[in-house]
Design a protein around this ligand. Structure first.
Ligand code: NAP
Length: 334
């Protein structure tokens, strides 16, 4: 199976490393993976016969396969490729450059896997219907909750069921801040500074703290799991910057924790600080994410996991690739 990787940042490098490190395990699954292109913003590593991943991780642009200025748009059709993996930065305004890469890949009949929320928040229905028209798979497990296999579970195990509502904590940074404020009586500003120092929060934390990241994920859950056609503007969003230590203390006295909850049903989509009973499965701490789906037949199902991290995200991407290989008949059991 030939892959093109677009993006060689935290996630792209982690995926390259796993493909290199776990090559033997993948061969044990009868999955013979060959990467023919890896692209950055200013060029790409290219080899029609398959790149030597260990050498690229070690030498970077000094490697002989590096082609300055090479753009994925010119190579997607040309290189041997079954699946395009799109891992460029999230842009929730117009989805670029991810939308153009995914559109081009699908137009060329390639299956696509992405970890990038931007194209889904902006153009999910368009891209899914293009994939359908072209007979391609377009998977995006890594975009919500990293390695939490929420879309796979729904697609493979809940076909017969109906999801009525979804709630959860979809952003590790805000959960970390609220957990520190609650468990260790740290102030909001100090908890945020800690999150930045530990690499959980960006230098500009607005996207996380004001709930935009969680709202983007809620849009993807709505469209991906409940067959809706929602946009970011459909989500009522309130961040956590107005949560005070006094609110947290008062809540605790009554047996509650303050959590930044994303909620979705047929009528309503919102992200806001909410009181959650201390014994609820939604009270995960630290940078963990949690997603509960309430269904008509299966009842309530809850998934907990690390919602970010290059390795976890790359693992979800690889799981999508393996699913595609399976569906294309590329992995034989036994
Ligand atoms: N990090 C996580 O834990 C995590 C978790 C879940 C989802 N995600 C999502 O996964 C995606 C990748 O995340 P990341 O942390 O790996 O980001 P990153 O470190 O910023 O890497 C982005 C990569 O995309 C490349 N790129 C940017 N514009 C490009 C273009 N026009 N053509 C080709 N390549 C281009 C960059 O090239 P240069 O190397 O030249 O800069 C870089 O290699 C993002 O959408 C992110 O939101 C990340």
């Amino acid at each position: 199976m030939n892959l093109i990787l677009i993006g060689f940042g935290n996630v792209g490098r982690a995926l390259t490393y796993i493909l290199w490190e776990k090559g033997d395990r993948l061969k044990g699954l009868k999955l013979n993976i060959n990467v023919t292109g890896i692209f950055k913003s200013d060029g790409g590593f290219i080899d029609h016969n398959g790149l030597k991943l260990g050498e690229i991780l070690e030498k970077g642009k000094q490697h002989q396969s590096w082609v300055p200025e090479a753009s994925p748009l010119s190579y997607i059709a040309e290189l041997p490729c079954d699946v395009v993996i799109e891992m460029t930065p999230t842009n929730v305004k117009n989805g670029e450059p991810g939308v153009s890469f995914i559109r081009k890949a699908l137009e060329e009949g390639k299956d696509v896997v992405t970890s990038n929320k931007g194209p889904l928040v902006v153009s999910m229905k368009e891209l899914l219907s293009l994939a359908d028209k072209k007979g391609c798979f377009f998977f995006y497990e890594a975009t919500v909750g990293a390695a939490i296999p929420i879309f796979t579970v729904a697609r493979e195990f809940l076909k017969h069921d109906r999801i009525l509502c979804i709630e959860g904590i979809l952003n590790g940074t805000t959960n970390y801040i609220l957990s520190r404020m609650s468990e260790d009586k740290v102030s909001f500003d100090d908890a945020l500074r800690e999150a930045q120092e530990m690499g959980y929060a960006e230098a500009d934390p607005t996207y996380d703290v004001e709930g935009i990241d969680a709202a983007c994920k809620l849009v993807i859950l709505a469209n991906g799991l409940m067959n809706m056609n929602k946009h970011l503007s459909d989500v009522e969003i309130e961040g956590i910057s107005r949560v005070t230590p006094e609110m947290i203390e008062l809540a605790e006295e009554e047996g509650y924790l303050v959590k930044h909850i994303a909620y979705l049903d047929e009528e309503k989509m919102e992200v806001a600080p909410r009181l959650v009973p201390k014994n609820s499965p939604l009270t995960v701490g630290g940078t963990f994410n949690v997603i509960t789906i309430n269904t008509e037949l299966s009842g309530s199902l809850t998934f907990i996991g690390k919602g970010a991290g290059p390795r976890e995200t790359a693992s979800a991407i690889l799981a999508d690739v393996i699913t595609i290989a399976n569906k294309r008949g590329g992995i034989k059991s036994g």
